[in-house]
Design a protein around this ligand. Structure first.
Ligand code: FES
Length: 199
């Protein structure tokens, strides 16, 4: 598959705040191993750029870390957490890996498409939502999982996905985690073992 890097703004530079965060990330590694901070710096650059990585930001990170640009492009094109083209304000990503599919992820995806009026990979005309998919988020015990921003919404079905999108449209940020009566990753309905607290 060929990935095209969008050009975007001609220049990029970290804000003072992000520069301080970048220096903190680099300081975690031994001298001369600053390239190990590439994921952290790309994440900072993406957040500063409105959720995606313009070409100038990739080159800036490469220069900042003394890396060949191609090595930064390799990282940015490998990890799905990095977006190489502009996205909507809310990036709604449905996990479609097997455990989530077995628990109804494709129904969730269909519900999102119908609710937003876009297909997978598209952005709504108002620029508010981009609908994407993502590989296993490591939260399979509460599948299906939908990621929005930094949060996971778990135990989601089509109706719950619709409620989530409606809330985001209203400017609300629903409580992340299980969307059903489940405490974290405990069994539905409460504990089934070790219930006797007296011994
Ligand atoms: S398969 Fe969806 S979180 Fe693991």
């Amino acid at each position: 598959m060929t990935t095209t890097l969008r050009t975007g703004p001609a220049t990029f530079a970290f804000s003072a705040e992000n520069k301080a965060k970048a220096e903190k990330a680099i300081a975690k590694y031994p001298a001369g191993k600053q390239a190990s901070a590439v994921l952290a710096l790309l994440d900072l650059a993406q957040r500063q750029s409105g959720g995606w990585l313009p070409h100038a930001a990739l080159d800036y990170v490469a220069t900042y870390l003394g890396m060949a640009p191609i090595r930064v492009y390799e990282v940015a094109t490998f990890y799905s957490m990095f977006n190489l083209k502009p996205i909507g304000k809310h990036h709604v990503r449905v996990c479609t890996t097997t455990p989530c599919q077995l628990r109804g992820a494709l129904d969730v995806l269909t519900a999102c498409e119908q609710k937003l009026g876009v297909k997978l990979g598209e952005t709504t005309a108002d620029g508010q939502f981009t609908l994407g998919e993502v590989e296993c988020l490591g939260a399979c015990v509460n599948a299906p999982v939908v990621q929005v921003g930094d949060d996971y919404f778990e135990d989601v079905d089509g109706a719950a996905a619709g409620r989530l999108i409606d809330a985001l449209k209203r400017g609300e940020w629903p409580k992340a985690g299980p969307q059903i009566d489940r405490q974290k990753s405990a069994p539905k309905g409460g504990p089934t073992t070790l219930k006797d607290q007296t011994t």
